[in-house]
Design a protein around this ligand. Structure first.
Ligand code: R5P
Length: 287
């Protein structure tokens, strides 16, 4: 077996190689003068099972993944497993309006043309796995996030909306505290409102759990509501920290105590690591 790490997921690939005790392939990834990408696998991987690790966000990392898959196939690997720690385009998982692309399906089909298996972490909606034409599985970072939060003396775990309450429930079970949810309405891609609702958080330490932080609007508005209700510590946690535009400023000016994400998208907040959850999925399939 060989692990191939794309530029978006080098650390996870290294962690996986260590956990699975398998070599990390040497790969040349560089750009031509016109900025097109060049990929070359330097190890002899013919006949080997190869795991390519690459988050499919932002767009250039999708191209890199497709070229890595092609190079691995050309080098006559026995099989290709694609691990996309964050599956970009996963949120456009259906036609919300007539005439739209189903982007998650389009990207899934592309990846599937050159992979025997696909693995991702906490997809926005599980049904995106059905878009892959090769077997697709997901694992969850919630256990790792819960273990991190448990050290912070949290009294209540909240989801930003009712639809995500199950996530808060699962984390709260591990932390050993109660859970609840806020009531969010999305106005547009950048704007959300949080409805007033008594959450019984006065002087309490609260953690809000979400799958993605994108513009930071959801978390910033949630923090404002919790402060209004007199919460003490407010920890914000997510699996995928995109932090687009002014997200970090928005969140920190709202006044949270701590922001944490996993390393599916590497950032200064990636203090929770997902490689062991991914390794579990890979090892289970070997038994
Ligand atoms: C929405 O359904 C997701 O679970 C997140 O709540 C959302 O993607 C967060 O986006 P933003 O940070 O832009 O509010």
């Amino acid at each position: 077996m060989y692990i191939v790490g794309g530029s978006a997921s080098k650390t996870i690939a290294e962690d996986l190689a260590k956990i699975l005790n398998q070599p990390l392939a040497n790969v040349t990834i560089k750009r031509f003068p016109d900025d097109e990408l060049y990929i070359r696998i330097l190890d002899k991987i013919a006949g080997e099972e190869v795991i390519i690790v690459q988050t499919t966000y932002p767009d250039q990392n999708i191209i890199e993944l497709l070229l890595l898959q092609d190079a691995v196939r050309e080098a006559k690997a026995k099989s290709i497993t694609v691990v996309a720690p964050y599956f970009g385009y996963g949120r456009q998982d259906k036609k919300f309006q007539e005439g739209e692309a189903i982007s998650a399906r389009a990207i899934a089909k592309l990846i599937s043309t050159n992979a025997e298996r696909f693995i991702t972490v906490d997809p926005h909606k599980d049904h995106v796995l059905n878009f892959f034409t090769s077997p697709a599985q997901s694992c969850s970072a919630l256990t790792e996030i819960a273990a991190y939060i448990k050290t912070k003396h949290i009294d209540v775990v909240l989801a930003p909306d009712k639809g995500a309450a199950e996530r808060a429930k699962n984390v709260a079970k591990i932390v050993g505290c109660r859970y609840d949810h806020l009531d969010k309405t999305r106005i547009d891609g950048e704007t959300v409102t949080i409805q007033s609702k008594n959450l019984d958080v006065e002087k309490k330490n609260v953690a809000i759990i979400d799958d993605i932080i994108s513009t930071g609007g959801t978390m910033a508005q949630s923090v404002k509501e919790l402060k209004k209700q007199g919460a003490n510590k407010i920890i914000l946690a997510c699996t995928h920290g995109l932090f687009v535009g002014t997200a970090k400023e928005k969140i920190s000016s709202a006044g949270c105590t701590e922001l944490v994400s996993t390393d599916t998208i590497a950032s200064e907040f990636s203090n929770v690591h997902v490689a062991s959850s991914i390794a579990d999925v890979i090892m289970k399939s070997k038994k």
